[in-house]
Design a protein around this ligand. Structure first.
Ligand code: G1P
Length: 293
């Protein structure tokens, strides 16, 4: 039976220690790129890809995420009274009425694989997407997840978003080896979580976009703790590969690793330079900067 991807999982229970103290009481996913929180970029990409149910795997101190996607009656009323129609419009567009949000609590921080497994009761027996909001992907055309759902329509198999990463950075990514190297979509024959550069079979790194067959849940249930003492999604995908086809897709787009300060700052600068209202002033400011070591 031909299946469509209509549910996406957003694992957002991480502590965000790299951004302390900013993330002491707000989730790292609420940090803004220009004027929009990271999680909203991820959600917009998913909705554009045809996702109808957003499943957030949350943890302590993540209440702001649920508030962000909820209606804010007082604020809307206030904006209405003051006739701030543009601001009101921007709030109304956050999540269309046809899209539902589900919040599940990951009681223990046992890793990405465990976070995905928490979504099993909501996903049941359907293919689904996983989007890691730290990985922000800019596209002028179809978004990264949209490209992947289009491909899933044809393959009906698990697809991982990948890109070439600097060979010295393999220990930050799931690294895949593909059976062939023709075009952007290739079948994977090996995947390893965060290998050291000397042990890496390639520099094709998995970024935070996955379309997974529901058979992944069986694999996750039997996956032991792996790298970092956590239940790794990568290890479950390795198990899945021995039973069914898993593809790597080199997506179109520019990825920013907003889980690091450098990636986060780079994204802010580049998104500001693309912003119609900001770009002129900001470019002027940047070119006048007197940069000393
Ligand atoms: C996770 C995955 C890793 C993947 C990465 C992409 O790692 O475990 O395989 O390459 O996301 O961002 P994390 O960055 O959460 O440590």
């Amino acid at each position: 039976m031909h299946k469509k991807v209509t549910k996406a999982v957003f694992p957002v229970a991480g502590l965000g220690t790299r951004f302390l103290p900013a993330t002491k009481s707000i989730p790292k996913e609420m940090l803004p790129i220009v004027d929009k929180p990271l999680i909203q970029y991820a959600v917009e990409e998913a909705i554009a890809a045809g996702i109808e149910t957003l499943i957030f795997i949350t943890g302590r101190t993540k209440g702001a995420i649920a508030d962000h996607f909820d209606k804010s009656y007082e604020l809307e009323k206030e904006l209405e009274q003051r006739q701030k129609t543009e601001a009101l419009d921007c709030l109304n567009k956050i999540v269309p009425a046809s899209v539902s949000c589900v919040y599940l609590r990951q009681a223990e921080a046992l890793g990405l694989g465990h976070a995905v497994l928490c979504a099993k009761p909501v996903i049941e027996d359907e293919p689904f997407a996983v989007v890691l909001p730290d990985d922000l992907v800019h596209n002028e055309g179809v978004g990264c997840l949209g490209q992947m759902t289009e491909l899933f329509d044809e393959t009906q198999s698990t697809i991982l978003g990948v890109e070439r990463v600097p060979p010295e950075s393999t220990a930050s990514y799931g690294i895949v080896k593909t059976a062939s190297d023709s075009g952007r979509l290739n079948r994977i024959d090996q995947i390893v979580e965060k290998p050291q550069p000397k042990d890496a079979s390639s520099n094709l790194g998995v970024v935070g976009r996955y379309i997974l067959a529901p058979t992944i849940f069986g694999e996750l249930q039997s996956t032991d703790k792996g790298a970092g003492g956590e239940i790794q999604l990568t290890d479950a995908i390795a198990g899945l590969m021995s039973r069914e086809a898993v593809y790597a897709y080199e997506f179109h787009g520019t990825r920013y690793d907003c889980g690091t300060k450098l990636g986060f700052l780079t994204a802010n600068v580049e998104y500001a330079l693309r912003d119609a209202e900001l770009k002129q002033g900001f470019r002027g400011f940047l070119s006048a900067l007197d940069i000393h070591e």
